[in-house]
Design a protein around this ligand. Structure first.
Ligand code: 3PG
Length: 211
């Protein structure tokens, strides 16, 4: 799973208010060339939306984002998500996922946090909030000492089609994440063709970077 995840250069970070939008949203992403999705647990609709995507599109890597409590982590395991993501590092949620054989991508912003997460077996980490924390320059400096350990990062927070390749050019970056590919407003307004267009654009842009 970690290898599969690391092969996807762009992870759409989704905030979905209505679980009925789950299937058309997944279809819009697939049509644009992306078979990965991170549905954030920031809305009441998130678990139902994930369940629908997992049932209807088993070929998709359907992960849960903003997994910050033990209860949410257990819910994710019960749903059969492909991976979990959080803005921070919580050893309890990481353990729960790992105990069920599901990769977890905790958020980090400092060397100590990287070492704590790596120490419990996490090798894919989220660099969040990437833009506000100093962008590609900060990530390059932060990731450098850990390169040889095989730790790799997914920056999110302030990533866009215009700056994504500054991150993807760093060897320690396995993917970028962001809400720009399918914004909360576009999902609520069912702008599926715009989402497909943005997905296609992001996939094409990622291909410009030799990896
Ligand atoms: C996340 O949860 O990863 C971020 O909130 C996404 O940030 P963005 O909206 O700036 O892409």
């Amino acid at each position: 799973m970690i290898e599969r995840l690391a092969g996807r250069p762009v992870i759409p970070v989704i905030v979905i208010e209505d679980a009925n939008d789950a299937e058309p949203l997944a279809e819009a992403l697939l049509a644009g060339g992306l078979d990965v999705i991170e549905v954030t647990f920031r809305t009441a609709a998130a678990p139902a939306a994930l369940a629908r995507i997992i049932r209807t599109f088993p070929e998709m890597l359907a992960g849960a984002g903003t997994v910050v409590t033990r209860e949410q982590a257990q819910r994710c395991v019960d749903l059969g998500v492909s991976f979990g993501v959080a803005p921070g590092f919580n050893p309890e949620t990481v353990r729960l996922f790992q105990g069920n054989g599901i990769p977890f991508i905790p958020g980090v912003l400092s060397p100590s946090e990287i070492e704590s997460a790596f120490g419990v077996g996490c090798t894919l980490l989220k660099f969040f909030p990437a833009g506000a924390a100093g962008g590609p320059k900060m990530l390059k400096a932060l990731a450098g000492p850990y390169s040889s350990l095989g730790v790799r990062f997914c920056p999110t927070g302030g990533v866009s089609v215009d700056n994504m390749n500054e991150y993807l050019s760093l060897p320690e970056v396995f993917a970028v994440g962001g809400s720009w590919i399918a914004s909360k407003r576009q999902i609520a307004e069912k702008q599926w063709s715009a989402i497909t267009r943005q997905t296609r654009e992001a996939v094409a842009r990622a291909k410009e970077v030799a990896r």
